[in-house]
Write a new protein. Structure first.
Length: 929
């Protein structure tokens, strides 16, 4: 900042806005089958649900019956409240978690299911109330239309003046006095990743004189040295109380690995496993990740020597490690040796640390112990302790070392606070699949970096999402420039950074029936290169760096941010024209773009099909960048006129779209949706013309330069299998009429049986299958694998019509899904539609592009799709350079599985796997020189 104006925030400005999660097991990874004691049902059934393919565990609320009331009307009433402990099981006590009266709580959760709609509310209990004597509380979310794919919701509720306990409340309800019954027995609501916290005061709206937390006690992190390290300061899980039995651990290390001697005192009885390892006493040893291939490393052993090793997803990875156990009268003992290689860790040097914890289960006492004070589960890596390789520096004691480390962290925090407290705005990168709901004020801005480091390959579009937080009490417009960094920084403008495109997030309603909004459209910055940010909130700046044509190397740049409302003056600095000194609030945020010596293909490894025509050059550019290589020709634009002899003349409006493309013979086209149904409507239900019409389509495409072999004629779009006889007859006729075209069928939520698909198989060249319906059932997977072996094309498609669908899971991972299943196309509904007049007047229903006045506007979701396509290009490059490398082949064998299956809910895994692939590519290229 050129001349800093004071703006005191208080220390809270560098701290997260939300506190500890009041839901103990919000991801349900450690929940029992009945979800007790965290959840309680009020009608319907609740259960732990395990998703196919990913094995993700979540909660499920299911409709078990449809009742008739006294008036004879049908009703449904099912609900679950989330939050609380053992008192949820006692009808004589209040349920839920302890809460404060007149307090705002914020929550977030993921929801999907087959129920048509649901209510998201809260309930509260006053002092002395029994379990069923609760009061309903409205939330900011209210009623929702339930989506078939995971959709993220966040909101708030405020407790009443007498509230002492509260819980989140999800309900499925209907009464036919309001219309026909919407629900069926078996409809369900799945819920996951539930977080409820007390909403702290926004530091940007708190008084400047708010007390700083400088007097708070230092929070130390438990750390043990691998040189004569011992500890026994275990606590009971969740309440951090004193265990009823002592556990003592000795730790040591050498050049090969870590040894632990664990002594488990047991005053009751040692319980050996009778039904799986965790049915008895166990000791669990945890380490944080040292490579991007895992969330954690877990080693479990029981008194009888039974073992398990995993990486946080429940799968036994059969790691190399040793465990010897002995049982004595007063307990049992484990002697464990874990090689560094089993942690994905190169032999470390003295002074290196790794996240570390030891936990114990005492079955006879129903007691769980943990060394680190983990919060949500034993997999809570963020709250692990530390294992220090080598001695404590200077020979200090453990307590002194832990205190010194805490003091260093506090000093860094204080230093950052002092810098931030003098600023009127803050800027920080955020994940491109961040939750961009309004109000937008991510914690990242309170830990704003001094410099940004970016890495990319040649021929990559590298996105940077930047949150700009306005700390003032008025709306401010910021002029923003991306420039090459000059050798000497002055107030003068620099040269534009090559290949940089600046965009801003625009708030869009997230539903036509609610007041919520989120950043989604990303238009270019205006002529002033400026964007407004409301007071005490953050705006979204999006910069794309296109490295096409750039040489490998480091490119130094700066993001210049100029508040247009703030004070700024020039004063004469000396003689001569333009010799001026500038004083103002302009800030330069330096960045380095590292262009690696990796050249990605300009073509996607798996072509994208976004069911979109090449409407105009900007639509074509944006969707091509996102990986689209299959272009839509709508059958409604293939209304051929009949001549006097009853033959179709090869004239149709589709010719205009084809004229926008060059090199048509190499292009692929998707002729859809549902050629047969559109044909009937175009031709007044004259089914006898079907063969002629299909032949005319083939001839028309060929006449205009396209190769019929590259034309995917979608005969049916999401047909109902109830009409199977017609489907079979029409497909067989089309096969006979146009053997040169690729007959395609898209199957959606009306699940067709594998047996029916077998009957259609001779007539289908390409199957496009709903991602969430056909890749989990064994019989469908068997059909898919067989069809692939026979040379049929298999694609998948996602169809997310809610703006709150996860950009990570439902858009970025679209390409990863195709990579995992080795598919021939990645399809997504929908790139853009022809409804130019509607798109800004309503919430988008799947469109990832918005119509501009003369072109098109991308969205956060389209950028997520593009990033996924870029991610898997790295895997394609690694296949190319590592075809003879066992290391590369082993990596590729599990790379997509880690993203799609093992860590499907972790938004950071795609980045980790991509970066590992990049490192391997560079290593192999270097070795080949």
């Amino acid at each position: 900042m050129w001349k800093k104006s004071l703006f005191t925030l208080g220390l809270a400005a560098v701290l997260p806005l939300c506190g500890q999660n009041l839901i103990v097991n919000g991801d349900f990874s450690g929940s029992p089958a009945n979800l007790a004691p965290e959840c309680r049902s009020n009608g319907g059934t609740i259960a732990l649900f395990t998703e196919d393919l990913t094995w993700n565990k979540c909660g499920q609320l299911k409709v078990d019956q449809i009742r008739k009331n006294k008036e004879g009307r049908e009703t449904v009433g099912c609900a679950v409240w989330i939050g609380g402990g053992k008192n949820n099981q006692s009808n004589s006590e209040a349920g839920g978690f302890e809460c404060k009266p007149n307090t705002v709580y914020q929550f977030s959760l993921d929801i999907r299911g087959t129920a048509p709609n649901a209510g998201v509310s809260a309930v509260e209990w006053k002092s002395g109330a029994t379990l069923w004597n609760f009061k309903s509380v409205k939330t900011s979310v209210g009623n929702i239309a339930v989506q078939k794919t995971w959709t993220h919701y966040k909101g708030t509720f405020k407790t009443g003046p007498d509230a002492v306990r509260a819980a989140l409340y999800l309900n499925l309800w209907w009464d036919t006095k309001h219309g026909p019954m919407k629900f069926k027995v078996g409809n369900d609501l799945l819920f996951d990743n539930v977080v409820i916290t007390e909403q702290k005061a926004n530091p940007l709206t708190s008084p400047a004189s708010a007390p700083a937390e400088t007097g708070a006690a230092l929070k130390t992190t438990k750390t043990v040295s691998s040189v004569n390290g011992t500890f026994s300061d275990f606590v009971t899980f969740k309440d951090n109380g004193k265990p009823a039995a002592e556990t003592a651990v000795e730790v040591s290390s050498d050049k090969t690995g870590i040894r632990l001697k664990i002594d488990c005192r047991e005053p009751l009885k040692v319980t050996r496993a009778s039904n799986g390892l965790w049915s008895g006493d166990v000791v669990e040893i945890f380490f944080g990740p040292k490579a991007g291939d895992r969330r954690l490393s877990q080693f479990v052993v029981g008194p009888d020597g039974s073992k398990f090793s995993g990486r946080g997803d429940g799968t036994d990875v059969k790691a190399e490690w040793e465990a010897k156990t002995t049982v004595s009268e007063g307990g049992w003992h484990a002697d464990v040796l874990i090689p560094f290689s089993s942690l994905g860790w190169k032999p470390p040097e003295n002074g290196e640390v790794i996240a570390f914890n030891v936990a114990r289960q005492r079955k006879a006492a129903n007691e769980l112990q943990t060394w680190s004070e983990v919060k949500s589960s034993f997999h809570d890596v963020e709250h692990f302790g530390r294992l220090l390789i080598g001695p404590y520096p200077g020979g200090v004691a453990r307590a002194q070392y832990e205190k010194s480390q805490a003091e260093k962290e506090a000093a860094l925090l204080k230093e950052k606070f002092e810098k931030n407290s003098r600023k009127t705005f803050l800027a920080a990168p955020v994940r491109i699949t961040e939750d961009f709901s309004i109000p937008f004020l991510p914690d990242a801005v309170f830990n704003a970096p001094e410099k940004i480091e970016l890495t990319a390959a040649v021929n990559e579009i590298k996105p940077l999402a930047l949150a700009i937080a306005n700390l003032t009490d008025k709306t401010v417009d910021y002029r923003i420039l991306a420039e090459l960094r000059p050798e000497k920084s002055t107030w003068h403008d620099g040269k534009p950074f090559p290949g940089a495109t600046l965009r801003q997030g625009v708030r869009m309603r997230d539903s036509g029936k609610a007041d919520g909004a989120l950043f989604d459209p990303l238009p270019r910055l205006n002529e002033a290169s400026a964007m407004p940010v409301p007071p005490k909130e953050a705006g979204l700046l999006w910069i794309d760096f296109d490295t096409a044509g750039m040489k490998p190397g480091q490119y130094e740049g700066r993001i210049r941010i100029i508040p247009l409302n703030g004070k700024a003056i020039f004063t004469k600095a000396g003689y001569g024209y333009g010799n001026l000194s500038y004083s103002g609030e302009m800030t330069d945020l330096p960045f380095t773009l590292h262009v690696r010596d990796i050249e990605l293909s300009k073509e996607p490894s798996i072509p994208g099909n976004f069911f979109s025509p090449p409407s105009n050059p900007e639509v074509l550019k944006l969707l091509t960048e996102a990986g689209m290589r299959i272009f839509l020709i709508n059958p409604w634009s293939l209304g051929f006129p009949l001549d006097k002899d009853g033959n179709f003349r090869l004239e149709a409006p589709a010719q205009k779209n084809l004229e926008m493309l060059s090199g048509l013979s190499g292009k692929k086209f998707f002729i859809g949706f549902s050629c047969y149904h559109v044909f009937l409507q175009l031709n007044k239900n004259k089914a006898e013309l079907w063969l002629k019409w299909m032949q005319a389509v083939s001839q028309f495409m060929k006449k205009n330069g396209a190769d019929p072999k590259n034309c995917y004629a979608e005969i049916y779009d999401e047909p109902d299998p109830k009409n199977f006889d017609e489907i079979l007859r029409v497909m067989a006729a089309a096969r006979k009429a146009v053997p040169e075209m690729k007959l395609t069928i898209t199957l959606g939520a009306h699940i067709m049986s594998a047996e029916q698909m077998e009957k259609l198989h001779p007539y289908v060249d390409c199957w496009i299958l709903w991602s969430h319906g056909y890749f989990t059932r064994p019989e469908h997977l068997a059909f898919i694998r067989r069809a692939q072996k026979e040379g049929r094309e298999i694609g998948h498609y996602t169809c997310d019509t809610s703006l709150r669908s996860s950009p990570d899971r439902n858009y970025r991972r679209n390409a990863w899904f195709g990579e995992y299943h080795k598919l021939d196309n990645n399809s997504l509904y929908v790139g853009i539609t022809g409804l130019r007049e509607c798109i800004w007047k309503k919430t988008p229903e799947g469109e990832i592009l918005y119509h501009g006045l003369t072109s098109a506007v991308p969205s956060v979701r389209s950028m997520a799709v593009r990033q996924g396509m870029t991610d898997v290009k790295y895997l394609a490059k690694l296949r190319e350079v590592g075809k003879d490398s066992p290391e590369a082949q082993e990596f590729l064998k599990n790379a997509a599985k880690r993203v799609v299956v093992d860590f499907a809910h972790d938004p950071e895994t795609p980045d980790k796997v991509r970066e590992e692939a990049a490192a391997l590519i560079l290593k192999l290229q270097q070795g080949a020189k």
